[in-house]
Design a protein around this ligand. Structure first.
Ligand code: AR6
Length: 174
């Protein structure tokens, strides 16, 4: 069974097989986790992202999908890029989007299984620029990972700030 852990820190410093990037459909970089991963990982990651856009994903990676590249100079072997949904304050719309956020976790673990990754670090997808409320995002993240069948041995949630860490740690105790 997968061990689900939570740490406070920077996802680019995790010594794991795969780190998950909270990317956008373009796959060409951005701010937040995405910016940090490309900055610390170096140009090899962007080069592979460009190749993916030229081949498999000419129209971009769909929301809820996941795809792997090298991790470049990061202390990991792979980066798994996934695209979270943008939060909507309309309740009915948020309910439609929640399965896409769950899909990010499931698809990333499916890709991790294909790669043979045993340890995977996730950020709190969609909770930054995409504005998903942290408590709801933590519920979706933890429940989805716990329910998913995977050969990954450790899923590590890496939270940047103390509030996010506390919310994920609380959810994990439930
Ligand atoms: N390590 C761990 N967590 C981090 C780090 C880090 N180095 N940096 C930020 N966070 P975001 P999204 C937290 O915005 O909401 C990008 O521009 C942050 O506090 O990275 O899915 C992409 O290119 C927040 O809680 O991802 C997309 O366009 C969480 O990680 C868009 O933002 C996610 O914040 C994706 O937005």
């Amino acid at each position: 069974m997968v061990a689900v852990t939570v740490v406070r820190g920077d996802i680019t410093e995790q010594e794991v097989d795969a780190v998950v990037n909270a990317a956008n459909s373009e796959l060409l970089g951005g701010g937040g986790v995405d910016g940090a991963i490309h900055r610390r990982g170096g140009p090899a990651i962007l080069a592979e992202c460009r190749r993916l856009r030229d081949t498999e994903y000419p129209r971009g990676l769909p929301t809820g999908g996941a795809v792997a590249t090298t991790a470049g100079e990061l202390p990991a072997r792979w980066v798994i890029h996934t695209v979270g949904p943008v939060w909507s304050a309309r309740g009915d719309r948020a309910a439609q989007l929640a399965p896409l956020l769950a899909s990010c976790y499931r698809e990333s673990l499916r890709v991790a299984d294909e790669l043979g990754a045993r340890t995977v670090a996730f950020p709190a997808i969609s909770t930054g620029a995409y504005r998903w409320p942290m408590d709801d995002a933590a519920r979706i993240a933890v429940d989805t990972v716990r329910e998913h069948s995977t050969v990954v041995e450790e899923v590590r949630f890496v939270l940047y700030d103390a509030t996010a860490y506390d919310i994920f740690a609380d959810r994990l105790r439930q």
